[in-house]
Design a protein around this ligand. Structure first.
Ligand SMILES: O=P(O)(O)OC[C@H]1O[C@H](OP(=O)(O)OP(=O)(O)O)[C@H](O)[C@@H]1O
Ligand code: HPA
Length: 186
């Protein structure tokens, strides 16, 4: 099936901007400070959750000025749908030796939280000593996998709409948009 590129343009034209590029940059600066305070002496292994975590990770990691290792994993439960499946589709699992390591997981959004919950459980099962999470967006609603769930580090709390930009996609597009946008009517 080919994508209707005009529909992709329209989604951006009609979207509401919920966080400007400047607000995103300020949130990244603040998070980098918090993460540095918490992890600068722990030689962390930092996992980016593909695909959504890519942009956030690139922007955050260059703000962290202490020794760390990076890697990636790929797990998805939405594909290109607007609603998540109950099962996480593991595409690339972690391959590093995690025993005794402090691990930080980076993703674009904590929505219902099932993705991060399953990833963190897997990393602990593989022997990580400590697993922390950082997300660009915490979506505000009461449908979390665990009531009250939050990442250890969150960039911005954003309303319960369908979001794109900063790594989050609309039908595979607009991950590259520098602000955070809400789809018209969702
Ligand atoms: O908190 P949850 O409700 O579990 O949703 C959050 C997850 O959903 C998105 O991934 P998606 O499955 O869409 O894959 P993608 O990273 O390729 O966009 C996003 O990147 C998070 O990983
Ligand atoms: O609001 C969202 N937008 C894009 N991807 C997502 N994955 C979970 N929630 C979202």
């Amino acid at each position: 099936m080919t994508t209707d590129i005009e529909e992709i343009h329209r989604a951006m034209r009609e979207a509401d901007c919920l966080a400007t590029p400047a607000e995103v940059s300020a949130a990244l600066d603040r998070m980098a400070g918090e993460i540095t305070t918490a992890l600068a002496d722990s030689n962390p292994l930092v996992y980016t959750v593909m695909n959504g975590g890519l942009i956030f990770a690139g922007r955050l990691l260059s703000r962290l000025h202490f020794p760390l290792e990076t890697s990636y994993l790929h797990a998805s439960r939405y594909g290109q749908q607007l609603k998540g499946n109950s099962l996480l589709d593991w595409r690339v699992r972690p391959t590093q030796d995690l025993k005794g390591r402090t691990v930080l997981v980076l993703d674009d959004i904590l929505d219902e939280g099932h993705t991060l919950q399953a990833i963190c459980q897997h990393l602990r099962d593989e022997g990580a000593a400590r697993v922390l999470t950082a997300v660009m967006v915490h979506k505000v609603h009461d449908r979390k996998a665990v009531p009250g769930m939050r990442a250890d580090f969150s960039g911005l709390d954003i309303a319960d709409r369908y979001l794109f930009g900063c790594g989050m996609d609309y039908k595979g597009y607009w991950r590259n948009a520098p602000g955070i946008y809400a789809l018209k009517g969702h």
